[in-house]
Design a binder for this molecule. Sequence first.
Ligand code: GUN
Length: 284
Amino acid sequence: MAAQLLDGKVLSAQVEEELKIRVDALLAGGHRPGLCVILVGDDPASHLYVGNKEKACDRLGIASTTIRLPADTTQEDLEAEVRKANADPAIHGLLVQLPLPRHLDGAKALSLILPEKDADGIHDTNAGKLMRGEFGAVACTPKGALYMLKSAGIAIGGKNAVVVGRSNIVGKPMAMLLLHENATVTLCHSRTADLAWHTRNADILVAAIGQPRFIKADMVKEGAVVIDVGMNRVDGKFCGDVDFDAVRQKASYITPVPGGVGRMTIAMLMSNTVEAAERTFAKG
Ligand code: GUN
């Protein structure tokens, strides 16, 4: 039987509905949450993502600022913009859209973001907290993927969870979140020997590779839960890192692309921003 869909459109709408109530409560108290995105250069995918973030802010009543900088922006100018946004009391969530042009030191720029304004949840401090299970802001895509698993009532404790991809923004924090949910976690990557042996052992398989339809049906265990984080453009159409049509016949649950994890990433960015604003205004 074909897998059940974990529908990012439905679940992200649910998250937004809950967030809207919290934003309305802040607004009623005269407090408006604000998100600032710093976008450098003209990567078309980044422009698309940033547009989607702005639209989500509009839907929720969050003030949205996008600082657009030219591709030849210097490190100094980028850092000056981060410092300015850090100091702006109307901004509660701040992120630097990735990827940055090659001449810029992204890690250094990200480390300057105040941890309490880190909307992406990837600042050194928040990444460190996640490692210890203390949970500051949590990286949006893994947070969204976990929300999908939990809202479908999928058991995680004691399961074999295999994450393919070791990026700081998805793979590593995803592995940590699953570990804190008591899964037995394997983190695979481009140098993993016999990758299919690992993926076939997965009760929960997260694909964050960045290669279209990389995970084939023969790499997936019967009844596995498959979370596809990929967003690849092939012949003008989006597809994930999982060979959806074939894998769907084998999995118990699967996320579609588009309409899956991508939607949740934006919803969790909104969630991190609202949480940051609530913390700020609670302090008075
Ligand atoms: N580029 C692609 N996805 C993301 C994201 O979630 N955050 C940032 N900062 N850049 C991205």
